[in-house]
Design a protein around this ligand. Structure first.
Ligand code: GLU
Length: 478
């Protein structure tokens, strides 16, 4: 059954997500309780809050925000809080839905949720941001929209560990007897209940996703790619938390060539490759990429989405590749670092052309995966590796000694070091994330290759998630 295209060229983010889900539902191969499809797609609750804050200018400002809960099939529900001037209810609902599919895909045992607040954080002092955040948090907590077992926010666009620490503090104040208070939010600073490796987790996940793709030559062939990531030309849109870390790791650790970086004030292009770290420093100092030395500046940054390259990583905003610019896209492989960067209609065109897309709810799932580890750490109140790190070291040393005494030879220093190093928290987080991204890729790839009618990875990924969600609902009963 073909899914008809949306009538408009500009469909909403939520419509786009729903259409993508509908396209996959027909491939589930399971007997669904009639009507379950509607239940799976529907956003369960969305709360809108308008609240006053007296800012340092002495005036009362009224802020408007939302928290949407897409599904309660697993508790708590999980998803970030976004601070952006353009945020709206449709967007928050779409993002909450994506969180449901994302968590199911990577086996993070959460339902999907998302929050948004209309605010341009760049225009406020830290003191005012703290006041606004604390008040928003209080509103959400009092209404039952933040708690360790019910609803656990995290950073998203415009928020970070600082905001999460404020939220945790408000929760603790309001719930002084809840010993699990740290688990009410993830993405906190490491010194305040956070976990090592969470800040870069989403970018790291993008890197691990790409590495896994490059371990599958049959999939690479679909994109006309061969070899390794070394020297591959990458265009990245958005040097925020996701884009920066993804591009930096791909450049510094895998040898990819970052030939263009698209930012809010334009793009910079250098076919020999840009230093992501240098560009980030430049943005920190100058606010944008304009006048960055040793690169060509393109004022219409978005036009660079159409540059010839091997890998395109849209890691900024939703709805960046639409019916209007999709025909110009020349990348054979697109990795969605952002949520929803490709609209449904654009996605239809790209898949008809055979462009390979690693979809958002897979490619950027590293963030919530490490959030899951952080939540577990908070509930167990112990740093990962604390109990076994030295034990692993002793055992490794014993193996080295055994090898030496049995062979009469000395184990080379690098092997000795490798064998007798116990894993610390960061190493464990990375290995857990790597395993998660590989396993999810393999599940997607298996569905993709087992069904001729499925011709894109997004649909295959939705099939993986939807099967898990549908099974949960059907076993649980309504
Ligand atoms: N905001 C991130 C996302 O879109 C992380 C969510 C989380 O860690 O709960 O996946």
């Amino acid at each position: 059954m073909a899914t008809p295209p949306l009538p408009k060229t500009r469909n909403t983010f939520l419509e786009s997500v729903d259409r993508m889900v509908e396209r996959a539902l027909v491939h589930l191969d399971m007997e669904l309780t009639p009507g379950l499809e509607d239940h799976v797609k529907a956003c369960h609750t969305v709360i809108q809050i308008q609240f006053p804050v007296k800012l340092s200018d002495g005036r009362i400002h009224v802020f408007k925000g939302w928290r949407a809960v897409h599904s309660y099939h697993r508790l708590p529900v999980k998803g970030g809080i976004r601070y952006a001037p353009h945020v709206n209810q449709d967007e928050v609902e779409a993002l909450a839905a994506l969180m449901t599919y994302k968590c199911a895909l990577v086996d993070a045992p959460f339902g999907g949720s998302k929050g948004g607040l209309i605010i341009d954080p760049k225009k406020y002092s830290v003191e005012d941001l703290e006041r606004v955040t604390r008040r928003f948090a209080r509103e959400l907590i009092e209404k039952g929209y933040i708690s360790p077992g019910g609803n656990v926010p995290a950073p998203d666009m415009g928020t970070g560990s600082r905001e999460m620490a404020w939220i945790a503090d408000v929760y603790k104040d309001l719930n002084p007897h809840d010993i699990n208070y740290f688990a009410c939010v993830t993405g906190k600073p490491v010194t305040n209940g956070g976990i090592r490796g969470r800040v870069e987790a989403t970018g790291r996940g993008v890197q691990y996703a790409l590495r896994e793709f490059f371990r599958h030559p049959e999939d690479m062939k679909l994109a006309g790619l061969a070899g390794t990531l070394d020297g591959k030309r990458v265009v990245v849109q958005g040097l925020g938390n996701v884009g920066y870390h993804a591009a930096k790791f791909l450049e510094e650790e895998d040898g990819a060539r970052i030939i263009a970086i698209i930012e809010w004030d334009g793009a910079i292009v250098n076919q020999d490759g840009l230093s992501v770290e240098a560009v980030r420093q430049f943005i920190n100092e100058h606010g944008g990429v304009k006048n960055y030395p040793n690169a060509t500046y393109v004022a219409d940054g978005r036009s660079c989405l159409s540059l010839e390259c091997d890998i395109l990583i849209p890691a900024a905003l939703e709805s960046q590749i639409t019916s209007e610019n999709v025909d110009g896209i020349r990348a054979p492989l697109i990795v969605e670092g952002a949520n929803g960067p490709i609209t449904f209609n654009a996605d239809e065109k790209l898949r008809a052309r055979g462009v390979v897309i690693l979809p958002d709810f897979y490619a950027n799932a590293g963030g919530v995966t490490v959030s899951y580890f952080e939540w577990i750490k908070n509930l167990s109140r112990i740093r990962f590796g604390r109990m076994q790190r030295r034990m692993d070291e002793y055992r490794g040393q014993a193996i080295v000694h055994a090898l030496e005494s049995l062979t009469g030879k000395e184990v080379p220093a690098h092997l000795r070091a490798e064998l007798s190093t116990g894993a610390d928290e960061l190493a464990l987080v990375r290995s857990g994330l790597d395993d998660t991204m590989r396993t999810a890729y393999q599940e997607i790839s298996e569905v993709f290759h087992s069904k001729d009618e499925i011709t894109d990875f997004r649909t295959a990924a939705f099939v993986v998630s939807l099967r898990k969600i549908a099974r949960t609902y059907m076993e649980m009963g309504i």
